[in-house]
Design a protein around this ligand. Structure first.
Ligand SMILES: [Zn+2]
Length: 261
C-alpha cells in the first residue's frame, strides 16, 4: 500500500443554508438547522486539487432568481467575501492554479463555480453527468443546468470505481452512491491525519447512529450502504469523517485561512 501524503487541506467557507433537520435525514425533527456548504482545497506535490465548488456567485445576489423556487425553502446566507474565487485568492492562489476538480455530485450547493476552471481536469463518478443533465422530475430542483452547461466541453474524466488520483495513496476518490447515482467521497491522507470528505453521502452525524438516509436520495438502499462504508473507514482506518453540512463538524474542525496538515 503506497503511503504518499498530501501537504495540506483548507476547508473554504461558502454559503450557509437554514433548513429543517427533516430535509437532511429521515427521522429528523422539524427544528431548523443552519448548515455550511464548504469546498475543500488540497495541496499535493503534483498540483492543487479542489473538492466541490460551492454555490454560484449569482446566488449571493438573488438565490431565487438563479436557483429558482427551490431556493425559497433554503434561507440562503452568502456574503460576498465567501465567494469561492475570493477564498482561493485569499490563500494566495489564482483560480488557474487549480489543476484538478473532484466533483462529489451535481447538486446546486456543490457545483456553483465549476465554470471557473476551464483548464482543470474534472473527475466524477459515472452516471452523475447524465443524471445531472436530466434528473428525475421530482429531484430536478436541486440540479442547476446553468451550473453544468458551461462545462460541457471541459476535460471530464468519468470513473466507474475508486480511483487513486496520484497513485500514491494520498488522495483516493471513493464510490459512495445513493444520494445521487454518481455520488463520491474523497479520502485524504495528510502528514498528521486522515480525513474522509464525504460530499453529501452523509448530511448529519446522527446518521451514523441511525443509518437513516435522506429524503432527496435517489437510491436509499445504496445510500445506506455508502453510509456504512464511511463508518467503516472512520472506525478501521482511524480517519476523521468530515460531514460537509454538519454544523458540529464545521465548528470543531479548522477552516481557511487555517490549514490542516
Ligand atoms: Zn446533495
Amino acid at each position: 500500500m503506497p503511503d504518499g501524503k498530501a501537504k495540506r487541506l483548507w476547508a473554504l467557507p461558502n454559503a450557509e443554508l437554514t433548513v429543517p433537520r427533516s430535509l437532511l435525514m429521515h427521522g429528523g425533527t422539524n427544528d431548523l438547522v443552519t448548515v455550511p456548504c464548504p469546498a475543500y482545497l488540497i495541496e499535493h506535490p503534483k498540483g492543487l486539487v479542489l473538492f466541490d465548488t460551492g454555490c454560484h456567485p449569482d446566488v449571493a445576489v438573488d438565490p431565487v432568481a438563479y436557483w429558482g423556487p427551490f431556493a425559497q425553502a433554503l434561507q440562503v446566507s452568502y456574503p460576498k467575501e465567501l465567494l469561492l474565487d475570493r477564498q482561493i485568492q485569499g490563500l494566495g492562489y489564482k483560480m488557474s492554479d487549480i489543476k484538478y476538480v473532484v466533483v462529489s455530485h451535481l447538486h446546486l450547493d456543490h457545483t456553483g463555480y465549476m465554470h471557473a476552471f476551464p483548464n482543470a481536469r474534472f473527475l466524477i463518478m459515472s452516471n452523475e453527468l447524465r443524471y445531472g443533465y436530466w434528473p428525475d422530475a421530482d429531484r430536478r430542483g436541486a440540479f442547476i443546468l446553468n451550473d453544468i452547461l458551461p462545462t460541457r466541453n471541459f476535460n471530464w474524466i468519468e470513473l466507474d470505481s475508486d480511483f487513486d488520483l496520484f497513485d500514491d495513496g494520498s488522495l483516493c476518490m471513493l464510490k459512495t452512491p445513493g444520494h445521487t447515482p454518481g455520488e463520491s467521497s474523497l479520502y485524504v491522507r495528510l502528514p498528521n491525519r486522515k480525513i474522509l470528505l464525504v460530499g453529501d453521502t452523509i448530511h448529519l452525524r446522527a446518521q451514523f447512529d441511525t443509518g437513516a438516509t435522506m429524503p432527496l436520495d435517489t437510491d436509499p438502499s445504496q445510500a445506506a450502504l455508502s453510509i456504512q462504508r464511511c463508518k467503516a473507514i472512520r472506525d478501521m482506518h482511524e480517519a476523521t469523517v468530515w460531514i460537509t453540512h454538519d454544523p458540529e463538524d464545521w465548528a470543531e474542525l479548522p477552516h481557511a485561512p487555517t490549514a490542516i496538515e
